[in-house]
Design a protein around this ligand. Structure first.
Ligand SMILES: *[C@@H]1O[C@H](CO)[C@@H](O)[C@H](O)[C@H]1NC(C)=O
Ligand SMILES: *[C@@H]1O[C@H](CO)[C@@H](O)[C@H](O)[C@H]1NC(C)=O
Ligand SMILES: *[C@@H]1O[C@H](CO)[C@@H](O)[C@H](O)[C@H]1NC(C)=O
Length: 346
């Protein structure tokens, strides 16, 4: 039955159902979901059932969802949960399955200015989003983080340590480690000069995102437009005396650098933010980087913030990009863009 359906979808090229199975000549990217006015998305993940979750940085502290993104042409983003204790949400990550539970972790806090990125120091918190077996979502605060927490940004789970997460704080310039069961937070679990903002940097935003891959923690620093890696053990602790090494310097390719993921070849795809408005591919072996979709004058993904690969039946080659909006045009709003990576040449 499933194979028949799949064969049928391939035969019609996916176009009738609007799925991302494209025949040659179909565009690689499309706007999956245009959110209403006054929305700005920051982070995106895909649930194991294929549904999308995205957090909102400005105008609201909502978690939005798009259900079954590869099945419809018109995908409305619905509010799944609101978090009234804070006014902004940032990074979200899936927690490794424990006891069969489906759970995510995200951070939020108070931003007082959209243009200067001013925050209320100490207002940041960590939250757990859990789905029960009927699919009902519950949000619970798990930690007040640290008094110095001032711009917790990207977050990542540790594959072999489901009880902890790592949080990149872009103003502290360090990566913290949070124990989810006790709420205890060490804001400087990883504190390297490569995570901080160098004197005179144009963009005063330090380490903003990280991922664990193999025996390395990879992290990106927007203020130096660089990605580094440092050796960690299987529980996500720094290997004694390990020092960061440069993976790529993308300054010649894009002025910005936000969240990133690994593709099926183990290379990095990263969102650049505004004004580059693009996704950049980084070869982790050579450091060679290039823009693979979007661009400064391309209206497709203004202020690309984060991306995640699909996990549904038809969209495992598709990555979904969350966006802020066109910063010069307040009438624009956030969107989620679907990009079929198999149709990009890189
Ligand atoms: C953060 O913002 C929320 C929502 O506006 C507000 O209720 C809360 O008091 C603020 N917290 C701090 C520490 O300012
Ligand atoms: C990245 O490259 C730019 C341009 O060559 C250079 O100015 C900068 O120092 C480099 N940054 C790092 C961290 O290597
Ligand atoms: C953003 O908005 C400005 C002002 O309307 C416009 O000139 C510019 O082309 C837009 N940029 C993109 C990438 O769409």
């Amino acid at each position: 039955m499933f194979l028949q359906l799949l064969a049928f979808m391939i035969a019609i090229g996916g176009s009738v159902l609007g799925g991302p199975i494209n025949t040659p000549g179909f565009p690689a990217a499309r706007v999956l979901s245009q959110l209403p006015k006054e929305t700005w998305l920051e982070s995106i993940v895909v649930r194991r059932n294929g549904d999308i979750l995205a957090t909102s940085l400005f105008y609201s502290s909502n978690v939005f969802t798009v259900t079954r993104p590869s099945f419809h042409t018109d995908n409305k983003a619905k509010v799944l949960a609101s978090v009234p204790e804070v006014n902004s949400l940032l990074g979200i990550t899936e927690l490794p399955a424990s006891y069969g539970e489906e759970a995510f972790f995200f951070v939020g806090g108070n931003f007082t200015s959209l243009t200067t990125f001013t925050t209320t120091v100490g207002s940041f918190k960590g939250f757990k989003l859990t789905f029960d077996r009927y699919g009902k979502a519950t949000v619970k605060k798990v930690s007040d983080l640290a008094p110095i927490s001032s711009f917790p940004n990207g977050v990542t789970a540790i594959p072999q340590a489901p009880g902890s997460v790592l949080i990149a704080d872009s103003f502290v310039g360090a990566i913290g480690r949070l124990d989810l069961s006790t709420g205890h937070y060490d804001p400087k679990a990883f504190a390297f000069q490569e995570m901080t903002v160098p004197e005179g940097a144009v963009l005063p935003i330090g380490v903003s995102a990280m991922r664990i891959k193999g025996s390395y923690l990879y992290f990106g620093n927007p203020s130096t437009q660089s990605i580094y890696k440092v050796k960690v053990d299987s529980k996500g602790y720094l290997v004694k005396k390990a020092q960061p090494s440069l993976v790529a310097n993308i300054s010649s390719v894009a002025p910005g650098l936000d969240d990133f993921i690994f593709d099926s070849h183990g290379n990095i795809l990263l969102a650049t933010n505004s004004p580059e408005n693009a996704i950049v591919h980084v070869d982790v072996k050579t450091g060679k980087s290039k823009r693979i979709i979007g661009g400064p004058t391309d209206p497709l993904m203004p202020d690309s913030t984060c991306l995640a690969f699909g996990r549904g039946i038809f969209d495992t080659n598709t990555f979904y990009v969350s966006t802020g909006r066109n910063i010069s045009d307040p009438t624009t709003s956030a969107r989620i863009v679907a990009v079929d990576a198999s149709l990009l040449n890189y």
